[in-house]
Design a protein around this ligand. Structure first.
Ligand SMILES: Nc1ncnc2c1ncn2[C@@H]1O[C@H](COP(=O)(O)OP(=O)(O)O)[C@@H](O)[C@H]1O
Ligand SMILES: [Mg+2]
Length: 276
């Protein structure tokens, strides 16, 4: 089979129950932060969880998990090399960043990039998974579409910030899932950096970036607003050092992600029942 035909094929991941594609209209809204902390939360609750960093324009999962200089293991299965994910916080982790030299500018074009992602998906020993969470590249490029088309169990999640101006970006990401050719079920919207709570005044809330964006996008896409994640100073500081929210011991963040995880579990069940 030619490389090209192979890329168009459906990818079967029979041991994987739910695949959650975390997308956003643009970068910097907290897609990787949400994807990682959601994965850590699910793993801490005993779900079999993996995280795939598919953001080849800025793979940040290895940094967020302090795995920059590591490589996945390799083993032979039926004469074929299979990659064994790294593990951190109980999450099985694969990143396109493990396969790229981080010094290299990303000059991959569409087909090359989507072949690389297909390879990551199909030659990784994921094992049985309740949740495979995918940190998608920002925007609505063809890479996302090719990836999404291959995954039967895929469901979408859109991350936006609370400004009204962010709604149109979020809508593009949501429409990418909902368009007729793909029709990937949209689980809902996550509003990140929703409000700021000062450490010294935990009972005060400030809308730093405006408000209402998440609700507006949810209404426009007829999907639920699944969570409003606060802006927490500790989070960006500790995550940049490769520590995660469970270590930063921030109750507020832990609570926000637990309720997001619960809301997603509920939604995946609704989506599954609609498919039957
Ligand atoms: N809820 C939050 N509170 C504090 N900082 C955050 C939060 N979400 C994201 N950040 C910070 O914002 C920056 C961008 O987040 P990131 O997850 O890398 O965005 P994206 O993957 O969408 O480009 C990072 O420095 C991250 O630590
Ligand atoms: Mg990112």
């Amino acid at each position: 089979m030619s490389q090209q035909n192979k890329a168009l094929e459906q990818v079967e991941l029979p041991g994987v129950e739910n695949i959650i594609l975390v997308a956003s209209g643009k970068g910097g809204v907290g897609k990787s932060t949400v994807a990682s902390n959601l994965a850590i939360t699910y793993a801490s609750q005993g779900y079999q969880t993996a995280l795939l960093d598919a953001d080849l324009y800025g793979p940040s999962i290895p940094i967020l998990f302090g795995l920059e200089n590591q490589q996945p293991g390799v083993k032979k299965v039926d004469e074929q090399d299979i990659m064994v994910p790294l593990e951190s916080y109980g999450v099985r982790i694969m990143s396109i960043g493990f396969l790229m030299n981080s010094q290299d500018p990303v000059i991959w074009r569409g087909p090359m990039a989507s072949n690389a992602l297909t390879q990551l998906l199909t030659t990784t020993e994921w094992g049985r998974l309740d949740y495979l969470i995918v940190d998608m590249p920002p925007g609505t490029g063809d890479i996302i579409i090719t990836l999404a088309q291959k995954l039967r169990q895929a469901m979408g999640l859109v991350v936006i910030t609370p400004q009204k101006l962010a709604v149109s970006d979020g809508l593009k990401a949501a429409n990418m899932f909902l368009n007729k050719k793909l029709s990937i079920p949209l689980l809902g919207v996550v509003e990140n950096m929703s409000y700021f709570v000062p450490k010294k005044h935990p009972d005060e809330k400030y809308d730093v970036f405006g408000s209402g964006g998440g609700n507006e996008l949810a209404a426009k896409t007829q999907s639920p607003l699944l969570a409003q994640i606060p802006l927490v100073q500790d989070v960006s500081e500790s995550m940049d050092q490769g520590k995660n929210l469970l270590e930063s011991d921030n109750g507020m963040m832990k609570e926000a992600f637990s309720s997001l995880a619960e809301a997603i579990t509920r939604q995946t069940k609704i989506v599954a029942s609609q498919k039957e």
